[in-house]
Design a protein around this ligand. Structure first.
Ligand code: NAD
Ligand code: ZN
Length: 373
């Protein structure tokens, strides 16, 4: 991929939609907005305030479209902000043919996607994700949600975007922790894709660490291809799509136990992936224990935490365990996990014995890890 090049991945749903990826994707988005508005559609922009200051000029001229800028991050994913976005759409006199465009991270696309699904029973939405996590994951696949006091993502629906424009050059301004967090989901995606994808990521680790635009474009395109293929086969998460939750039962519990905002989601996913590998090995499912060490060293090269202690020192194991039991993937009885057998061979619905889970999250574990040279 050369600097100027764009890669387009089609998400094969009905209707299909393109994910345009590369360092000039916002320019393509700008042309698309001009085309839509030229055709008589009303267009509204929902922007993360920080991203708007840094990058909105590349998407649209000032005052070209009605714009609502919100403080980004998890705090905007609530019912009060949902109401603000809906009022904004009404105030901009959007009709059913209107188009909402989001510019920001996964928080913004989750909020904006839900508002678009609700306004007049559903208008089109187009996402311009600006974090690595949103480019590889949140903005593709149509899941939307806001948080309730009772928990995260409890109110939402599926609403697929019409198109996604993932501009990899905007990742240059991301905070280090937010960038690393996206890399956690990248490692997960490579594990789901298979051995070749994992080897490619190992080769690209250094270039990704310096946020090389061409390497980022290749990486986002690879993850989107993997994730979009799975989403297209199972858009409503009735079966196969559950593999995308690899590492997530552990991750959600870690995030919950550490308290809101204390660990980045993708960083927790990276540790969750290692715990899933350990768990899989203990159950005799993992084809080769060598994968654990290889994944651990990949995470280290990407600057990600590899143990609970590194992720959140002093994390309370009992709280992690009780949070796991609450996970929505658990049915009556035990905790059901997504566990890897090998790269590209992921098992869903495995119920490990409770004792094993205790030992995995106990302080000083993962088991055996620290006895290795
Ligand atoms: N719908 C899904 O399928 C899905 C999947 C994964 C995650 N999510 C959701 O995504 C949310 C997390 O999103 P996120 O990690 O993208 O972060 P985010 O949207 O919360 O943004 C994190 C921070 O980065 C800043 N930021 C964003 N882009 C920037 C840029 N280019 N330069 C500088 N700063 C920038 C924001 O202002 C914010 O402070 C969570 O709520 C999670 O539940 C949804
Ligand atoms: Zn995730």
């Amino acid at each position: 991929v050369s600097r100027a090049e764009l890669v387009t991945v089609e998400v094969e749903l009905t209707p299909p939609y393109p994910v345009v990826i590369g360092p000039a994707a916002l320019k393509s988005a700008r042309q698309e907005l001009a085309r839509q508005a030229g055709g008589g559609r009303r267009v509204g922009l929902l922007c993360d305030r920080r991203v708007a200051e840094l990058h909105a000029a590349r998407l649209a001229a000032r005052d070209a479209f009605p714009l609502l800028a919100l403080e980004g991050g998890e705090a905007c994913k609530d019912l009060a902000h949902l109401e603000r976005v809906l009022d904004f759409l009404a105030g901009a006199r959007m009709d059913r043919g209107g188009l909402l465009v989001t510019l920001g991270g996964g928080s913004l696309s989750d909020l904006g996607g839900l508002a678009a699904a609700l306004y007049m029973r559903g208008i089109d939405v187009l996402h311009c994700p600006t974090t690595l996590l949103a480019q590889v994951d949140a903005a593709v696949g149509g899941k939307t949600a806001v948080n309730l006091r009772a928990g995260k993502n409890l109110a939402g629906c599926f609403h697929q975007p019409r198109a996604v424009f993932a501009d990899t050059s905007v990742l240059a301004t991301l905070d280090e922790a937010d960038f690393r967090s996206g890399l956690g989901e990248v490692v997960k995606s490579a594990w789901i894709a298979g051995e070749a994808a994992l080897a490619e990521l190992e080769r690209e680790a250094a270039a990704l660490g310096r946020r090389d635009p061409a390497a980022l474009t290749r990486c986002v395109a690879a993850c989107v291809r993997t994730n979009a293929g799975i989403v297209a086969r199972d858009p409503g998460e009735r079966g196969e799509r559950a593999v995308l939750n690899l590492g997530h039962t552990f991750a959600h519990a870690l995030e919950h136990a550490a308290g809101p905002g204390n660990v980045a989601h993708g960083a927790a996913v990276a540790v969750g992936l290692l715990l899933a590998l350990e768990c899989s090995a203990e159950l005799g499912l993992l084809a080769d224990r060598g994968w654990i060490e290889r994944t651990r060293s990949l995470l280290a090269r990407l600057g990600l935490a590899k143990t609970l202690g590194e992720l959140a020192p002093g994390l309370d194991a009992a709280r992690v365990r009780s949070a796991m039991a609450l996970d929505k993937k658990s049915r009556a009885g035990g905790v059901r996990l997504v566990l890897p057998r090998a790269p590209g061979r992921i098992e869903v619905g495995v119920e490990p014995p409770s004792k094993l889970l205790d030992s995995l999250v106990a302080p000083g574990s993962s088991p055996r890890a620290d006895q290795r040279p």
